[in-house]
Design a binder for this molecule. Structure first.
Ligand code: NAP
Length: 257
């Protein structure tokens, strides 16, 4: 009992003194992940395009040292300069939560909207990883988390490009996990099922019938941003230093069927 109490006392998901970069912090899941990390002591560099939302979030978060950076991920070539100028000291890790979705059946699929989703969801994530895992920003040890989706594993009508982008992100994260393991940098994905956010309620432009069909496929019902944030904390946590190269589905049983 004494030993177990000792172990539990050590496993506290304590991020005190750790700085993390968070993309997609201006809205939805990113905002709630920011809150969960800040509550556990992390200092955050919050990024997104909506600078008003980022500023309001930075001011409302518990703890100190939070800053915001307005960063459009459309152009991979801008990412390194922007992040390098915003960072002042090494970081513990980052979470790429920014994402873009456009629902289009295959017959209406075109390269431009496909590329946009590939760019924000996958290519920008890879570029952010390249920049932030440089030794000057992430010396040995650290944690990387990509917010993927159940659609990295299963399909849905109209989500050809979105599925492709999240599948690409998952595959890339596994390669990164293996490459960065010698430096004790862990790389994981978190794959949520349906959670009501601006993306699912507005951007995805799903019909009510499509929404209901998606909801019906979750045996435990749909999720909340807070549940996703708890899982993000778990994967990012310094306590979980033997988990890398994996994707955790948090989907109320969607992919179990
Ligand atoms: N909600 C769900 O059910 C669900 C399920 C599975 C996976 N996900 C994934 O979870 C992540 C967050 O989604 P969400 O539901 O929270 O959606 P959301 O509320 O629409 O948030 C999307 C975030 O991505 C950022 N973003 C989009 N385009 C960007 C760009 N060009 N440059 C920089 N940032 C950009 C947005 O910031 P700005 O608008 O300020 O740029 C916003 O902070 C996404 O990767 C999504 O694919 C969501």
């Amino acid at each position: 009992v004494k030993f177990l109490k000792g172990v539990l006392a050590v496993l506290t998901d304590d991020f005190t003194g750790k700085t993390l970069v968070l993309t997609g912090a201006s809205s939805g899941l990113g905002q709630v992940i920011a809150q969960a990390l800040a509550e556990r002591g992390a200092s955050l560099l919050l990024t997104g395009r909506n600078s008003d939302a980022l500023e309001a979030l930075a001011e409302s978060l518990p703890g100190s040292g939070h800053r915001q950076l307005s960063l459009d991920l459309h152009k991979s070539t801008d990412i390194e300069a922007a992040l390098s100028s915003a960072l002042t000291a090494p970081i513990y890790g980052f979470c790429h939560c920014a994402g873009s979705v456009q629902t289009r059946p295959l017959k209406l699929s075109r390269p431009a909207p496909c590329l946009e989703q590939m760019q924000i969801n996958a290519l920008a994530g890879i570029e952010v990883a390249r920049v932030l895992t440089q030794k000057q920003w992430m010396p040995d040890q650290g944690s990387v988390l990509f917010i993927s989706s159940i659609y990295s594993q299963v399909g849905a009508p109209g989500q050809i490009a979105y599925c492709a982008s999240k599948g690409a992100l998952l595959a890339a994260s596994k390669a990164m996990a293996v490459e960065l393991a010698p430096r004790q940098i862990r790389v994981n994905c978190l794959a949520p099922g349906f959670v009501a956010t601006a993306m699912t309620l507005q951007s995805a432009k799903l019909t009510e019938a499509q929404l209901n069909a998606i909801k019906d496929k979750h045996p435990l019902g749909t999720g909340t941003p807070e549940q996703v944030a708890r899982a993000a904390v778990f994967l990012l946590s310094p306590d979980n230093h033997w988990i890398t190269g994996t994707e955790l589905c948090i989907d109320g049983g969607y992919t179990a069927q």
